[in-house]
Write a protein that binds this ligand. Sequence first.
Ligand code: F0G
Length: 474
Amino acid sequence: MSEVSQRAGGSTQAATGELAGPARAQLRCIEENCRTAYSLNQTLVVCARCGGLLDIELRDIDEPARRVLRSVWAARRTSLDSADTSGVWRFRELLPISAGTLLVTLREGNTPLYEAPRAAEYAGLDQIWLKHQGANPTGSFKDTGMTVAVTHAVRQGARTLACASTGNTAASLAAYAARAGVRAVILVPHGQVSSAKLAQSLDYGASVLELEGNFDAAMRVVRELAEDGSLYLVNSVNPLRVEGQKTVAIELMEQAGWQVPDWIVVPGGNLGNISALGKGFIEMRRWGLIDRLPQFAVIQAEGASPFAHLLEARRRDANAALDPVADPRTLATAIRIGAPVSWKRGLRVLAETGGTSITVSEREIADAKAILGRDGIGCEPASATTIAGIRKLAAEGRMRKSEAVVAVLTGHLLKDVDYTAKYHSSRLTEPEGAAGGEPKPIVGAFANPPARVPATRAGILDYLRRSAQDSSAQ
Ligand code: F0G
């Protein structure tokens, strides 16, 4: 990496040198009976021949180059070069962007790997590690994919980028489009997105369209608009997003000293994340960076669990297809999704790693989130499905106490403060069912309501004495 320059406005930065060229990568349909290949320069949402999802296929990296990958990446950690300070572009040998491309980056990635002793004890394991993607520039894992998708889109000359979103993809697109000086059009389900996520998109100057319909309806319409060329789509159906997000697996392995964990646990919504992490691990094995694959567990909320149900159905019928949930419900609004677009990619990863997908209840999610808080970490509700899922898998004996388990926390605690405040003041209620009726309260095991005390020394000392007694009596 010899030279870095900035374009006017400082929005994008040129990286030169060893980036993989488009000749080293192509698009390929994932359907076994199609497998049509396309040039990366073609703007396609899905396979033009059969409508299947598209993968990015990297050509082989030769043996001498493979051998130095780890040390090249490690050396870049002390570099001040803008491409090197991004936790995505530092791994550019495995990204399909050609040399000299202007990178749209916000120094994404570089997220911490934490130990979580209280969450581990709660879940019944010796240890749990948390890969906290909420530490990204816009507070969610979406940034790692968005930097690649927006960089590619801008290079292709796209001027209007779009996504359907439950909030985080929207905030991420809005930020990266702003950096690149292009337009972001965001389609969100009205009334189903946290105010923090909406506020981000507004602040970054995106056109925010609140649709009367759920996320799946928004996804359908944005795909139509992308297929007729009206908009450039950056949802995770776009394989460039998957490429960026796969670098999380590489960064994780580096942080783990290249010791492959037994399990990687992720929340499941549209299933882009499982597809990306799976691709990252599978490619690392292909290039000889690791010698085995972890198992994956994809955790869904009970009211929005088409993928977990598909895995059950597949035990009876090996060819069962995804049966969408028409009206998905969960307070973890990030994963309120009934028709995940990447289910075939997700299934492929689980087939290769021997992983699983299970559901957890609203109460389990809420308590798991509060326990993560007690580790001083915190996350948004969707991310906490991981700890709830680990606890369930451990209780069922499917995950062993001594296994090395990494939960991927996908979003920051402050993404949904309303949920957290309600939990701690015991005002959280189950999502209303289609039948309506009285909302059922969720009584959290770790509720920590604020106390109102007189503004006096005596009043505060009295409160501290009484609350110390209460907690020792517990
Ligand atoms: N966790 C969070 C915080 C999310 O925002 C999402 C998805 C997921 C988990 C699920 O990941 O879709 O890759 O399986 N959010 C999308 C959005 C749908 O629009 O922000 P997935």
